[in-house]
Design a protein around this ligand. Structure first.
Ligand SMILES: *[C@@H]1O[C@H](CO)[C@@H](O)[C@H](O)[C@H]1NC(C)=O
Ligand SMILES: *[C@@H]1O[C@H](CO)[C@@H](O)[C@H](O)[C@H]1NC(C)=O
Ligand SMILES: *[C@@H]1O[C@H](CO)[C@@H](O)[C@H](O)[C@H]1NC(C)=O
Length: 244
């Protein structure tokens, strides 16, 4: 005769299996993650539009906003790793990063230079952790923050050294995209922002080049043409934008 305890154990086992299966909703297949969008901010434009910046002069070079896993339609990829939602991974806090020596001194120095937090109320490390939690944990480097951050630094070093845009220029989105293509062999998404209203009303609607966003193929991280030409506040390739 079967012992009732084993029946109960079996029932509990079956129930738990159901619960476990139920707690893993359908994951989008890994193939939806096809590329990275690598966003570089032009700080003077960002500080004149979308961001309240620190009072010190913003850097006059492109700085990293983020390295974002994307699907084929430029949608950010959330739960990339199979059976593991990005949002349920433990988020690293500044003290953890320091304690775990996630960032060695040299990497931190490079991040300070290339990936500063322009906002007036926040530390650099807060920005890095925010990007890590939103995008890094969903990337190919989901369990290796050092690789994620140093990959971003490497991409930045490569692409920024090739860029040669003169501050003060005003040109069409099309022309700027072509100029950038010639310089770095990848056509970017031009992310436009609008200058904040100021005392001079004529300047209030001025469109600015806020960011250049580059497309990299997942895997070998080769630069490709982005298929989208602009995002943000531009409506056409003929819109005129200024690099402050
Ligand atoms: C990075 O910047 C922070 C804040 O500005 C500073 O406290 C820290 O010492 C810098 N780290 C390195 C390695 O330069
Ligand atoms: C970044 O570049 C350095 C120097 O070229 C290289 O040693 C390192 O492996 C690269 N890191 C990554 C994550 O690709
Ligand atoms: C990328 O874009 C540039 C400029 O728009 C174009 O000349 C080039 O042929 C494109 N390359 C590919 C591989 O589509």
């Amino acid at each position: 005769m079967e012992h009732p305890i084993s029946r109960i154990a079996m029932l509990v086992f079956v129930l738990m299996s159901c619960l476990l299966v139920g707690s893993h909703p359908m994951q989008p297949s890994a193939t939806t993650f096809v590329s990275y969008l690598f966003a570089l901010t032009w700080p003077p434009s960002a500080c004149a539009s979308t961001i309240r910046c620190k009072s010190s002069q913003p850097p006059i070079h492109f700085t990293i906003h983020g390295l974002w896993p994307q699907d084929g339609s430029y949608r950010g990829v959330r739960p990339y790793k199979k059976n593991r939602q990005c949002s349920t991974l433990p988020v690293l806090w500044p003290s953890d990063i320091i304690q775990l020596k996630m960032l060695d001194g040299n990497l931190e120095k490079q991040l300070n230079q290339s990936w500063p937090n322009l906002k007036d109320d926040n530390l650099n490390v807060i920005f890095w952790l925010d990007e890590w939690a939103k995008h890094g944990m969903c990337s190919d480097y989901g369990d290796n923050p050092v690789a994620y951050f140093s990959t971003a630094i490497n991409l930045s070093n490569n692409v920024v050294s090739g860029l040669n845009l003169v501050p003060g220029i005003a040109d069409t989105v099309d022309n700027i995209a072509n100029t950038v293509y010639k310089q770095v062999k990848g056509r970017p998404v031009i992310h436009c922002v609008t200058r904040r209203a100021s005392a001079s009303a004529s300047a209030s609607a001025q469109k600015l080049l806020g960011e250049l966003r580059f497309c990299y193929k997942k895997g070998h991280l080769t630069i490709q043409n982005c298929t989208r030409l602009y995002s943000g506040d531009c409506n056409s390739g003929r819109d005129s934008i200024t690099l402050l």
